[in-house]
Ligand binder design. Structure first.
Ligand code: 5GP
Length: 115
């Protein structure tokens, strides 16, 4: 249905529950419902940006804020041994929710290259 809220917009609007680990005026972070590592957190902007491909110049500060926030959450969650930040973009990038999100994965050694 055109104009339907994404699942992440519904989390922002508190229509469905999530295990929130951080929130400020620009973004929200919560645990992924299907974790791929012991720590798997999603950081999303409150602004409805469908994907990284649709960031615009006016989002420059917001994009930086999202990256800094991931880094701060990684420290907060004790990922001093390292972690991975992933942004899936578009169908071939493996994106399944059309609201920009940064994955924070950690808590175990992570393989490279990804699939
Ligand atoms: P993508 O595949 O788009 O890069 O990542 C979307 C992520 O959102 C997936 O890792 C998926 O497990 C997670 N996800 C999908 N629906 C929900 C939900 O309702 N709650 C939470 N917390 N995570 C979700």
């Amino acid at each position: 249905m055109a104009g339907a809220k994404t699942i992440f917009k519904r989390i922002i609007d508190r229509e469905i529950p999530a295990k929130i680990v951080y929130e400020d005026e620009l973004c929200l972070a919560f645990h992924d419902v299907h974790p791929q590592a012991p720590i798997h957190v999603l950081v999303i902007p409150k602004k409805e940006i469908p994907s990284a491909a649709e960031l615009s110049d006016e989002d420059q500060a917001l994009a930086g804020h999202l990256l800094l926030t991931v880094s701060k959450i990684a420290t907060q969650l004790g990922l001093e041994q390292g972690y991975r930040i992933i942004v899936n973009c578009g169908p071939w990038g493996g994106q399944s929710v059309d609201h920009l999100h940064l994955h924070l994965l950690g808590g175990r050694p992570l393989n490279w290259p990804p699939g």
